[in-house]
Design a protein around this ligand. Structure first.
Ligand SMILES: Cc1ncc(COP(=O)(O)O)c(C=O)c1O
Length: 362
């Protein structure tokens, strides 16, 4: 069975010497490798400050804290995402105000975002769902007009581009996940990418109980709530080895995604998505809209390909549905949405066979 998602690990020959070195170095906690990984990640993205953490969820939580979201505030978000995006909003005691999505991409519709803004709105959370970039320009315009910070959840979108610039360089806060099945995994881990040096320094405090690691414990005075969210040297070492090969991984996703974009055009009962001009998805999953989704899932399954909608729309969780807003576009989109495998593990032969299975009808 060709899976929808898969863990990528560098070869033993490359990973094990680095891992063995750090494991027996006497220093497995947060130390030099963590700093080296952060600086290497900044270089990969092309600037900003990278704050490494033990999960993408921790990155979402810290971003919301840095923005100053408090109980009673509202954050505009999308229901088309994995649960952590919206659970994090509840972690800071805020309410989730869902905006509707753009029919062509599944990303938040900037006009719908605008219509959700009220005096309690504190931030806008956007998600590059399945690796598809959001409408950066239009979202920036809305955010600037109302003076609202944007947090980009790019957990699915490492290596995606908009106007030739990678996700992580478009908004003041961007979240990446290095959980088991993402483009880059450190086993578990995450990164909060921030523009502002002061945010980076505050983020460092929050990730370690509010304690300033540059001073001794006795010299410290905790003045704000912190957590145990740091990355350790072992995960950072895996991250560094993964980062050295990340272009090959992302390029394989992109090549397979573009192949599917090209060869699934015009298939009866299937619509490909159209992406924003000058945007380049990193195709964590391949997303299409199909009639009789269950029929196609069954047919692909019989032929050895996993396909599914993967995520439950988040407004269907009681705890994540604060306002019960109607989301008519999401309603239509979600009914037909299907994810197909398109990652590095698909060979040319696999993708050709998957296309011919789909073309033979279901
Ligand atoms: C869209 C999205 N946001 C955030 C997260 C949270 O990442 P993590 O599992 O690293 O906490 C995930 C991943 O699982 C995700 O899919």
């Amino acid at each position: 069975m060709i899976p929808l998602v898969k863990t990528h690990m560098p070869s033993k020959e490359v990973l094990m010497p680095a891992l063995e070195k750090v494991l027996y170095s006497g220093y497995v906690a947060q130390g030099e490798q963590v700093d080296v990984f952060e600086r290497a990640f900044e270089t990969y993205l092309g600037g900003g400050h990278s704050l490494s953490l033990n999960s993408g969820t921790a990155a979402l939580h810290i971003a919301l804290m840095l923005v100053g979201v408090k109980p009673g505030d509202e954050v505009i978000s999308t229901a088309l995402t994995a649960e952590p995006t919206n659970v994090a909003i509840k972690m800071v005691g805020a309410k989730i105000r869902y905006a509707d999505i753009d029919e062509n991409t599944g990303a938040l519709d900037p006009l719908s975002i605008q219509s959700c803004i009220n005096e309690r709105t504190k931030a806008i959370m956007v998600v590059d769902y399945a690796g598809i970039p959001v409408d950066v320009k239009a979202i920036r315009q809305v955010a600037d007009k109302y003076g609202l910070p944007v947090i980009e959840d790019a957990a699915h979108a490492l290596g995606s581009m908009y106007m030739g610039i990678k996700a992580g360089r478009h908004f003041p806060y961007t979240v990446f996940s290095f959980q088991a099945i993402k483009h880059l995994t450190t086993v578990d881990g995450g990164m909060l990418q921030v523009d502002d040096e002061e945010d980076y320094q505050q983020g460092k405090l929050i990730r370690w109980f509010g304690i300033d690691k540059k001073r001794t414990r006795l010299d410290n005075d905790i003045v704000r709530q912190g957590f145990k969210y740091h990355m350790n040297n072992v995960n950072a070492t895996i991250g560094l080895v993964q980062l050295a090969g990340i272009d090959t991984v992302v390029d394989a996703h992109v090549s397979n995604g573009q192949y599917l974009d090209k060869h699934l055009q015009g298939v009866p009962g299937l619509d490909c998505l159209t992406y924003y001009p000058n945007s380049q998805p990193s195709y964590w999953l391949y997303t299409a809209l199909v009639d009789d989704r269950e029929g196609l899932i069954r047919k692909l399954g019989e032929q050895g390909f996993m396909a599914s909608e993967l995520h439950k729309r988040n407004d269907w969780h009681t705890y994540l549905n604060d306002f019960h807003q109607p989301l008519p576009v999401l309603e239509r989109f979600y009914k037909r949405m299907l994810h197909l495998p398109c990652g590095w593990w698909l060979s040319n032969e696999d993708r050709e066979r998957m296309v011919s299975v789909i073309k033979s009808g279901w």
